[in-house]
Design a protein around this ligand. Structure first.
Ligand SMILES: [Zn+2]
Length: 223
């Protein structure tokens, strides 16, 4: 089940103290579609001041878990690789008694949404990150522009392709790049051979992580 709490939030515009309901956890397998859609659209994080009507996005941690599909994504705004989750928080949320669950961190709302999308598609997020990093270079060469970011946007089992949407150049232009599923499979192999023991339950698997894994892989193959 989901859990919520009431938080006092001072309006950044008029300083009025609002009391808002925030979600601590959301359970994807029992809470139904409505709440999940609100989460993915960002509506759950929208703040509107009762007094002056000022609107803003709230940033707070929320754990999304789907036990049926065996994954949890812990969204902690602005977390990075060096600032692993607080041990107490990890203890409270990891449900250590559950085996065979993939536990991930996400440091931005877009990463959070992407993780949920990947796991719901039954894909391996480590392989996706590695494939994406490889495609950054391809897109950069093709467009002659710097790639600012990208996310998983399409998967076709029938055609054997996966697709990513990238943002390139100063204007953040959208560039869609698809690739063969074999690239994904090769990436999954690389991920499987990468051993890392962070001693943590929740792991941050993002662009930096994938770059590091690819670096280690290339080094090994040079020897
Ligand atoms: Zn206000």
């Amino acid at each position: 089940m989901s859990s919520t709490e009431t938080k006092a939030v001072s309006c950044p515009q008029c300083n009025y103290e609002n009391h808002v309901t925030v979600y601590k956890t959301i359970n994807g397998s029992t809470d139904g579609k409505a709440i999940k859609e609100k989460m993915l659209s960002g509506e759950l994080f929208r703040f509107k001041c009762e007094k002056c009507g000022h609107e803003a996005m709230l940033k707070y941690p929320v754990l999304y878990n789907d036990i049926d599909k065996k994954f949890m994504v812990f969204y902690i705004p602005e977390i990075d690789r060096t600032s692993a989750v607080d041990k107490n928080l990890e203890k409270e949320y990891a449900y250590e008694e559950l085996n065979d669950i993939t536990r991930r961190l996400a440091g931005s709302f877009n990463e959070f949404k992407e993780k949920v999308h990947i796991f719901e598609s039954g894909l391996d997020d480590r392989a996706m990150e590695i494939a994406k990093v490889a495609l950054y270079d391809v897109v950069s060469k093709r467009t002659g522009e710097e790639v600012k970011g990208g996310y998983f946007s399409k998967y076709s089992e029938k055609d054997g392709t996966i697709g990513f949407t990238f943002f390139v150049g100063e204007e953040n232009q959208i560039y869609v790049q698809t690739t063969r599923i074999e690239i994904y499979k090769k990436s999954a192999e690389i991920a499987d051979n990468y051993k890392e023991d962070t001693g943590r339950k929740f792991v941050l698997v993002n662009r930096d992580w994938a770059r590091n894994v690819l670096y280690v892989y290339k080094k090994k193959n040079e020897q």
